[in-house]
Design a protein around this ligand. Structure first.
Ligand code: NAD
Length: 245
């Protein structure tokens, strides 16, 4: 049980990477609090506490942080993919990408950090994992201007938190997945002009010749939230099937 006695909060746990990770963490003995904006999607998470949380709601973040008490771990998974090159985006798209992908993450980290510092004072460690992407400061992709810029900001935020609190036992790392087969990816494929070709193109950019499954990604989060990663902080951890080889 690699996460025994740990209390861990996950955002966007209703489906995709967040849900699979919440389940993997519970299987490793954690007390998981799975949150999502969509209450229906949180159904069926057996043995896991659930709470509705829209991460763009600053007051709801404060209320939930007060309710759950001190945490050992936080997985900030919520994020949105904006599709578009620079000439395709307007200020509203840009602001929304930064609001959901970066500002919400900062607010949640800030809200739970006092409790995490308290826990780290008792146990020696507490860990934050922030969802970035290989599409960020690591690699540029076509039609990902707001997304890539906001996910690059996630890596900067992560390193800043790691630097400020390293001496107090807080570790903070970013997760940078490759292309993962999730409902949101399926939605992007379905919304494209030629869905069959779009799926082929997504697979073609993965050198291993397939999309990642959510089960390919969850173990890295479990590792980063467990004490096995006790000497790891401030890193952008790639799980990208070889894209950045
Ligand atoms: P997904 O669409 O399968 O799931 C997203 C979840 O987020 C849904 O359950 C949705 O209800 C929830 N959500 C949406 N808005 C929210 C809000 N304001 N507050 C709380 N929850 C909200 O998504 P996914 O593909 O698993 O992606 C999850 C994260 O992983 C995102 O940050 C995404 O950028 C990142 N990511 C995904 C991929 C990929 O290829 N799928 C690759 C790299 C990074």
């Amino acid at each position: 049980m690699r996460l025994k006695d740990k209390v861990i909060l996950v955002t966007a746990a209703g489906q995709g990477i967040g849900r699979a990770t919440a389940q993997a963490m519970a299987a490793e003995g954690a007390r998981v609090i799975a949150t999502d904006i969509n209450a229906d999607l949180l159904k069926g998470l057996d043995g896991i506490e659930t709470a509705v949380l829209d991460v763009t709601d600053a007051e709801a973040i404060k209320a939930l942080a007060a309710k759950v008490g001190p945490l050992d771990g936080l997985f900030n998974c919520a994020g949105v993919v904006h599709n578009g090159a620079l000439l395709d985006i307007d200020d509203k798209d840009w602001d929304f990408a930064f609001s959901l992908n970066v500002t919400a993450m900062m607010r949640l980290c800030r809200a739970v950090l006092p409790g995490m510092l308290e826990r780290a004072g008792q146990t020696g460690t507490a860990s934050i994992v922030n969802m970035a992407s290989m599409a960020s400061s690591i690699k540029g992709f076509a039609n990902r201007t707001a997304y890539g810029a906001s996910k690059a900001a996630v890596i900067g935020l992560t390193k800043a938190i790691a630097a400020d609190y390293v001496k107090q036992g807080i570790r903070c790392n970013a997760l940078c997945p490759g292309t993962v087969d999730t409902p949101s990816l399926r939605g992007r494929i379905a919304a494209s002009a030629d869905p069959v070709q779009a799926e082929k193109d997504f697979i073609a950019r993965q050198p291993m010749g397939r999309l990642a499954t959510v089960e390919d990604i969850a173990p890295m989060v479990v590792y980063l939230l467990s004490d096995e990663s006790r000497f790891v902080s401030g890193q952008a951890m790639l799980v990208d099937g070889g894209v950045t080889i």
